[in-house]
Design a protein around this ligand. Structure first.
Ligand SMILES: NC(=O)c1ccc[n+]([C@@H]2O[C@H](COP(=O)([O-])OP(=O)(O)OC[C@H]3O[C@@H](n4cnc5c(N)ncnc54)[C@H](O)[C@@H]3O)[C@@H](O)[C@H]2O)c1
Length: 285
């Protein structure tokens, strides 16, 4: 079997500068895809020791090139629809086409560590064992406007703007694979309310709607919903392992394997679906 099964294809990964997005970019590059990473900060990994330790180049773009593929990086804030459209256009101009899109940009329930001003501290600037960026703000009946706007923009709107920007290109070529990113928080309301869960649930609905619209064009749209996955932003949550039937936190590779399934021919007849990547963690509604 050809291990470079994505050779000749171009994959766009949003939020790919660190964490899960970087893992997806590296996995797809290892499968032979040329890579375009769009992130608001291509060096966003610098604020977390956990992320810095993983790096083998100055950016993920350099790391992908070291795997023998063409790779470009673009900085853009995807909460801005015009910026998302421009970034996608630039990727097509530089790479010639787009075949695969992973709409991974998201998270950020409070300010990202790299957004903090000098001297400003926030719950997200934690060490290796801190609670990380999992702050709950407001309630379903009363959520501050700032938290609502920020969390919906960063998670839902970045995903929708990216999908809307790539759709015309994929439709023209009558092929494509889109992966959106939800969360166990979007599948379940068992835990404290957060607009993050609402945004991630909306992504599941949007995925189904987009899949129906794009299916006649031979474009698959599916979603992954990670649960407790170790990244720098979220810190060490191994203390939650006892609540996970598989007895451990998930890894970036656990998610990247599912993305591989969703962007290769293994999933050609799968569309509009959401796959929970949770080790069996309770994500019932
Ligand atoms: N880590 C987990 O346990 C977990 C669980 C469920 C879902 N997720 C989802 O997976 C995705 C990645 O999570 P992560 O833990 O790797 O997060 P992360 O914060 O480490 O990485 C997110 C990346 O997205 C970029 N980004 C954020 N907002 C952006 C914007 N407006 N425009 C462009 N780039 C932007 C950031 O700069 C960063 O590089 C997110 O959508 C998150 O909600 C993560």
């Amino acid at each position: 079997m050809n291990s470079k099964k994505l050779a000749g294809q171009v994959a766009l990964v949003t939020g790919g500068a660190r964490g899960l997005g970087r893992g997806y970019a590296l996995r797809l590059a290892a499968l032979g895809a040329d890579i375009a990473v769009v992130d608001r900060d291509l060096k966003s990994y610098e604020v977390y020791e956990f992320e810095k330790r993983q790096m083998t180049g100055s950016t993920v773009v350099e790391e992908c090139r070291a795997l023998g593929v063409k790779a470009v990086g673009l900085e853009a804030d995807l909460t801005d629809r015009a910026a998302a459209g421009k970034a996608v256009k630039d990727v097509v101009r530089k790479m010639g086409r787009i075949d695969i899109v992973v709409c991974n940009a998201g998270g950020g329930t409070v300010k990202f560590a790299d957004e903090l001003e000098e001297g400003e501290t926030g719950p997200e600037r934690t060490g290796e064992s801190g609670p990380g960026d999992i702050v709950t703000t407001g309630s379903a009946a009363d959520c501050p406007q700032e938290a609502l706007a920020r969390v919906l923009d960063i998670n839902l709107m970045t995903c929708m703007y990216t999908c809307m920007a790539v759709a015309p290109y994929l439709k023209d070529q009558r092929s494509g694979k889109i992966v959106t990113v939800s969360s166990s928080a979007g599948l379940s309301s068992n835990y404290t309310y957060h607009p993050y869960g609402t945004a991630k649930a909306a992504i599941i609905h949007y995925t189904r709607a987009l899949a129906q619209e794009l299916a006649p064009y031979n474009i698959n749209v599916n979603c992954i919903a990670p649960a407790i996955i170790r990244t720098g932003r979220l810190g060490d949550r191994s203390h939650l392992a006892a609540r996970i039937p598989m007895g451990r936190e998930g890894t970036i590779e656990d998610c990247a394997k599912v993305v591989e399934f969703l962007v290769t021919d293994l999933s050609d007849y799968v569309t509009g679906q959401t796959i929970s990547v949770s080790g069996g963690f309770d994500d019932t509604p």
